[in-house]
Design a protein around this ligand. Structure first.
Ligand code: FMN
Length: 399
């Protein structure tokens, strides 16, 4: 049975959610599931905006058929060709053989690569600023290369002031009945997932996101329709502001994130002492993670949120503890930058973790590593407490 949501009299959400998938992109845990959003417009011409992941093909086809209610599909706008949004494109083309595919020049070869059918004869290839009229509605298109993939574009409905924003403004999390962000407590229940989605999926491409924001922020946007997560029809500026912060790699909060890699608990003990000292300095916003327990995507997201990052690691076979090395390399590849960093290292005979961590962090942009790294020889001793307190002082002073 179909399960659709009305956005406006002539615009419907025809997507669905997947709560079975363990790893989005086979990489990122999604304990709250994920939604794949797709939209149908019933104008003089009918339009489908993107499709969905193959996991929800059956639901999607029922939804599209129900909304079209016997009408033919005239256009499908392909804003993004990643398979979680285009896996069902072939099925749509089979069912609606006359459908025209509205996309840009970079999209065409990717469709032909993914599919057996050739899109060339049915493609309406648009350029930035081109318009498409479907009756009452006129659409214009803005290219958004690398706001996740090179072919990404966004589509603006000039009539009803709706932005179909592709992966931008998406979030992890299945739809739990409510479609609109103002129907849920987004800041309390969704923001962490939105940040984790942004930082891990799009975070590497901050300059590309900034370019897109420059194009779309002058627009009057009444409704924001991303490809994942809730649809926005109020407080859009609040969410855009988050994107401004994240894409410029500015910390969202003056806060301390401590990530430790510890085998037997002594490095963890040092991290706990530092956290206690920070608390004694009145720092309230402290987050701590064991890098062997918490998925790197969570810690990367926290690195986008927090102004100050502390990394504490045991030495492991002449290097950094492997989970910490994995995390730091992942952070580097996600372009984490502009943060104040403090380091703690531990080892029993040749302490090298700090040197290795410094090497990786120094390759990230504009990271200020505080002086006086703490070096622990196996376990924290009484005479090191003053050094840890001094580190807490230094962090608190720059918060
Ligand atoms: C597999 C393994 C490899 C290690 N390699 C080194 C090393 O190369 N250099 C060193 O100084 N300590 C090395 N250590 C020792 C630990 O770094 C050290 O005991 C440290 O205090 C452990 O901190 P933790 O209690 O937080 O796990 C190694 C420990 C293990 C288990």
């Amino acid at each position: 049975m179909y399960c659709v949501k009305k956005i406006k009299d002539d615009l419907f959400w025809v997507g669905g959610s997947d709560r079975r998938l363990a790893l989005f992109e086979n990489a990122y845990p999604i304990p709250r599931g994920i939604s794949y959003n797709s939209y149908v417009l019933l104008d003089e011409k009918t339009v489908l905006f993107d499709t969905v992941d193959r996991a929800i093909t059956g639901q999607f086809i029922e939804n599209v058929e129900a909304v079209l209610d016997g009408r033919n599909l005239d256009y499908i706008v392909v804003n993004h060709m990643e398979p979680d949004h285009c896996a069902t494109l072939g099925e749509i083309v089979r069912r609606y053989p006359d459908v025209k595919v509205v996309c840009n020049a970079k999209t065409v070869p990717i469709i032909n690569q993914f599919y057996e059918f050739s899109v060339d004869s049915r493609a309406i290839v648009i350029k930035e600023g081109d318009t498409l009229n479907t009756g009452k509605h006129t659409f214009t298109f803005y290219l958004a290369p690398m706001v996740h993939w090179p072919e990404v574009m966004v589509t603006y409905d000039m009539t009803d002031k709706i932005l179909f924003s592709a992966d931008a403004f998406g979030t992890f999390g299945a739809m739990n009945g409510n479609l609109f962000a103002d129907e849920v407590n987004f800041e309390r229940d969704w923001l962490d997932d939105a940040r984790r989605y942004y930082s891990n999926i799009v975070g590497k491409y901050g300059p590309s996101v900034q370019t897109l924001l420059k194009k779309v922020t002058p627009l009057d946007i009444q409704i924001l329709c991303p490809l994942h997560g809730p649809v926005w029809r109020s407080d859009i500026c609040w969410y855009v502001e988050k994107y401004q912060t994240w894409s410029s790699y500015a910390p969202e909060e003056q806060a301390v994130m401590i990530a430790y890699g510890s085998i037997y608990g002594n490095t963890e003990n040092a991290a706990n002492i530092l956290a206690s000292r920070l608390a004694e300095h009145g720092v309230r916003n402290i987050a701590m993670y064991d890098v062997s327990v918490t998925h790197p995507s969570v810690i990367i997201s926290e690195a986008f949120r927090c102004s100050h990052l502390v990394f504490a690691s045991a030495t492991y076979n002449g290097g950094v503890f492997s989970s910490m090395e994995h995390l730091l390399l992942d952070m580097k590849s996600h372009n984490v930058q502009n943060r104040t960093v403090a380091l703690m290292e531990n080892g029993s005979w040749g302490v090298l973790a700090g040197k290795k961590m410094t090497e990786i962090i120094s390759e990230m942009k504009n990271m200020t590593i505080l002086d006086n790294m703490i070096t622990i020889k196996s376990s924290v001793k009484e005479d090191q407490l003053a050094d840890i307190t001094a580190m807490a002082d230094a962090i608190a002073q720059t918060l």
